[in-house]
Design a protein around this ligand. Structure first.
Ligand code: ATP
Length: 499
């Protein structure tokens, strides 16, 4: 009945007017009033976007992507290639049908946060001329059993309805953080999650080649290993695409994309910025460009300079400079701690220190900035051990000068433990080739302790040899707050020639 409500109303109005005229009533004011009310109602609907393209209804972010193409995504060439190949399933559907190939229902993208998974899904929608409907796993989490499942149903319904309404042959549904609802089912306490996941599986099973519109699900996660195997089996999410952190070429590409709308000085070397941002994600690189522009604007300069970019890299890497007040005792301890890191770093990898600084940033009270590294994908045992020694250098130098450590090394120890775990996982320790299930907690603790004790002793030996460097650098650092890598190397050299 409600479906035809509009039509009945349109038919009824002239009949009522005709009846009133017949009865001798003056209908002019009534008609005028009707016209005014009608226009007001129409204008309100237009402003709210109801029924218009991109009307944002319900919980899902269903705005169509603003023409985001694969060209707007930097790096990720392999991921883009694999994705485009998979998308041919949507485009070349006639051929697919002819060969009796079952439809591709789901693509799973896995990778660290901020690497462009959402961007890829949006570009996929543009590439295939599909409707784009997006939701995040956390939106389906409710206390009440059945609500999440209902939302999944609505999501698929919305995708189908919008595709029909906008005359598109296909729709792409993007679910970010799929691990929130797609975690391994235990049939126990998490009944709500189980129902939501079951509904998702049911919807996926209901996708057929002959369907119009065709539906493709793209999901993203940072933790593929936690997903229920039912989601990953053939016929469900059976295409997996890795979206990794970009290499130097990828970083340069991403930086170039984000500098398009910014005034950059001619002598800026983006290549240098790409080199300095080893390990950064696309989102962090976007942030570097944005922060550099903010620095330039604050300084009222016309163009963004290399200096602004360097400061922005530091900020994204280590957080904003804070004006935390520190006592002179604390400053001295922080200086000794940071010099410990710097001396070990320069000892194991000459030329690696770019700057030692005493200014508080983010949570740290001081920091050592290292020279950019070459992209590296394989690490040898000596390399990892050296990295552990650099991490331990701060605590060891506090021990040398004060006879005890402080709480300032917590982050360094986390890093060292992570590196030891990498060594154990990679079969680089006395435990041999093992996985974590094969070793007991005691064995693990013993090996971890043995490695760290040995490396702490070596770090002690290294640092004890550089006491004069400590003393001279400390003076400069306390007075000037920063010590450049070159000046620091000079001091290191002076010491070794004197030795
Ligand atoms: P998450 O896992 O946290 O959801 P994500 O992988 O989906 O992250 P996106 O949302 O796609 O990451 O990226 C966030 C922002 O980072 C983008 O809006 C964009 O500005 C920038 N970005 C990330 N990767 C790239 C890239 N490859 N090219 C250009 N910009 C990028």
């Amino acid at each position: 009945m409600s479906k035809y409500g509009k039509e009945i109303m349109i038919g009824l109005v002239p009949v009522v007017i005709a009846f009133l005229v017949f009865m001798g009533v003056n209908v002019v004011p009534i008609v005028l009033m009707g016209v005014i009310l009608g226009s007001l109602f129409y204008m309100t609907r237009m402003r709210a976007g109801v029924g218009g393209v991109g009307g944002d209804r319900g919980k899902t972010k269903s705005k169509p992507p603003a023409y985001l193409t694969f060209e707007d995504i930097g790096g990720q060439e392999r991921a883009k290639g694999e994705l485009k190949e998979a998308l041919d399933f949507l485009i070349k559907h006639e051929e697919i049908k002819k060969f009796g190939i079952r439809p591709l229902k789901g693509i799973l993208m896995e990778g660290p946060p901020g690497t462009g998974k959402t961007l890829l899904a949006k570009a996929a929608a543009h590439y295939t001329n599909s409707i784009y409907v997006a939701a995040s796993g956390s939106e389906f989490v409710e206390m009440y059993v059945g609500v999440g499942a209902g939302r999944i149903r609505d999501l698929f319904k919305e995708a189908r309805q919008r595709a029909v309404k906008e005359n598109k042959e296909s729709a792409i549904i993007f679910i970010d953080e799929i691990d929130v609802i797609g975690g391994k089912r235990d049939g126990g306490q998490h009944k709500e999650y189980d129902q939501t996941l079951n509904q998702l599986l049911t919807e996926m099973d209901g996708i057929h080649t002959t369907d119009a519109p065709r539906i493709l699900l793209i999901a993203a996660t940072n933790r593929k290993e936690t997903l229920d195997s039912a989601l990953l089996r053939p016929g469900r999410f059976d295409r997996h695409i890795n979206v990794d952190l970009p290499d130097k070429k990828g970083r340069l590409h991403i930086l170039n994309i984000h500098m398009r709308n910014k005034p950059i000085a001619d002598d800026v070397s983006m290549d240098k910025v790409a080199e300095e941002t080893y390990g950064f994600s696309g989102a962090q690189l976007e942030s570097v460009m944005n922060e550099a522009a903010i620095y330039a604007m604050r300084e009222q300069s016309e163009l963004i300079s290399q200096g602004h970019l360097s400061k922005a890299v530091d900020k994204v890497m280590m957080g904003e400079k804070t004006d935390r007040e520190t006592t002179s005792d604390e400053r001295k301890r922080v200086a000794i701690h940071e010099l410990g890191h710097a001396i070990v770093a320069e000892h194991v990898r000459p030329g690696s220190v770019a700057q030692v600084a005493l200014s508080p940033r983010g949570k740290a009270l001081g920091y050592v900035r290292h020279q950019p590294q070459q992209d590296q994908y394989l690490y040898t045992k000596p390399f990892i051990e050296n990295q552990i020694m650099v991490a331990l250098g701060g605590a060891v130098s506090e021990e040398i000068f004060y006879g005890h450590r402080s709480t300032g090394s917590k982050g360094d120890f986390d890093q060292a433990l992570q590196l030891v775990q990498t060594m154990i996982d990679s079969g680089l320790t006395e435990l041999g080739i093992v996985n974590l299930q094969m070793v007991t907690k005691e064995e693990y603790t013993k090996e971890n302790g043995a490695i760290l004790d040995r490396l702490i002793a070596t770090t002690h030996e290294v640092l004890a040899n550089y006491r004069p460097v400590f003393e001279q650098s400390l003076e400069i650092l306390i007075k000037e707050e920063t010590l450049s890598g070159d000046r620091f190397r000079e001091l290191m050299k002076q010491f070794s020639t004197a030795a």
